[in-house]
Design a protein around this ligand. Structure first.
Ligand SMILES: C[S@@+](CC[C@H](N)C(=O)[O-])C[C@H]1O[C@@H](n2cnc3c(N)ncnc32)[C@H](O)[C@@H]1O
Length: 216
C-alpha cells in the first residue's frame, strides 16, 4: 500500500519541463470561438492535444516540442533557441509554466502581421501588470477567454498512467493577441461544456457573445 502511495505521489511531482496537459475541450472551445487564417503552430505541443483539436476544426496545424512526446510532434526543438521556424501564420500553445512569459513574448515577436498568438494561461496573468508584466497593457491583446469550468491540468505522467484527472483548482483563460491590433481587448466567456449540455439562457446574450471589457 505504501509503495502504491509513493508511486502515485511521484506521478504528481513537478515535471522538469512543465509537461502538464490541458483537457481537449479547452482547445476545442477556442477553435469554435476564434477564427484563424493560415497555418497554426504549437511550439510546445506535448501530447499534441491542440494540434488534434485544430485539425478537427478544419485548420492546418503542426507541433514541435523540446521533447518528442507523441507522433503529433513533427520536430524536437527548443522554441526559445530560434532554431526551428516553420512557415506559420499563428501560434496556439499551452506554454511551460516556468517559461510562459518568455514563450508569449517570443511568439508575439515572431508572428507575422495579422497573425494570432493564443496561449492558455493562469487568469491571474491579467493582474500584476503594473509591476512584473508592464508590457501587457501595451501588447496587441485582442481577446480574453476566461475558461469555465476550471480545467484540470495534471502532469503528463498522470495522463499517461491512465488516471482520469479530477476537478481543477486554478483559474485559466485563453489570451489571444493579434499582431497589429491596437484597440482595447474584449472578454468572451468560454464555457467548455457548451455544445455538450444545453443550459437555460437567462436572457440577453448567448454565452459566447462578445462583450467590451474594462480591461485596457
Ligand atoms: C504545458 S505542456 C503542453 C501540453 C500539451 N498541450 C499537450 O497536449 O500535451 C508544455 C510543453 O512544453 C514543452 N517545453 C518545455 N520547454 C520547452 C522549450 N524550451 N521549447 C519547446 N518546448 C518546451 C514541454 O516538453 C511540454 O511538453
Amino acid at each position: 500500500m505504501a509503495i502504491v502511495k509513493e508511486k502515485l505521489a511521484h506521478l504528481w511531482e513537478r515535471d522538469p519541463n512543465d509537461f502538464y496537459v490541458e483537457p481537449y475541450e479547452c482547445s476545442r472551445s477556442l477553435f469554435r470561438l476564434e477564427a484563424f487564417e493560415g497555418l497554426i503552430w504549437d511550439p510546445a505541443c506535448g501530447l499534441g492535444r491542440i494540434v488534434v483539436e485544430a485539425r478537427a476544426a478544419g485548420f492546418v496545424a503542426i507541433g514541435s516540442d523540446i521533447i518528442k512526446r507523441s507522433e503529433l510532434c513533427e520536430l524536437r526543438s527548443d522554441f526559445l533557441s530560434r532554431s526551428f521556424r516553420p512557415e506559420f501564420s499563428n501560434i496556439v500553445m499551452n506554454p511551460p509554466f516556468g517559461l510562459a512569459e518568455e514563450f508569449v513574448r517570443e511568439a508575439i515577436d515572431i508572428v507575422p502581421n495579422g497573425g494570432k498568438v493564443a496561449a492558455i494561461l493562469p487568469l491571474v496573468w491579467l493582474s500584476g501588470f503594473s509591476t512584473k508584466r508592464d508590457w501587457l497593457p501595451l501588447s496587441p491583446l485582442k481577446t480574453v477567454y476566461p475558461i469555465s469550468p476550471r480545467p484540470s491540468m495534471p502532469p503528463g505522467r498522470v495522463i499517461e498512467a491512465g488516471i482520469r484527472p479530477g476537478n481543477g483548482t486554478k483559474d485559466f483563460s485563453w489570451l489571444v493577441w493579434q499582431k497589429g491590433y491596437s484597440s482595447p481587448p474584449t472578454v468572451v466567456f468560454m464555457n467548455t461544456n457548451e455544445g455538450r449540455k444545453s443550459k437555460k439562457n437567462l436572457g440577453g446574450r448567448s454565452a459566447s457573445t462578445k462583450q467590451r471589457s474594462g480591461v485596457e
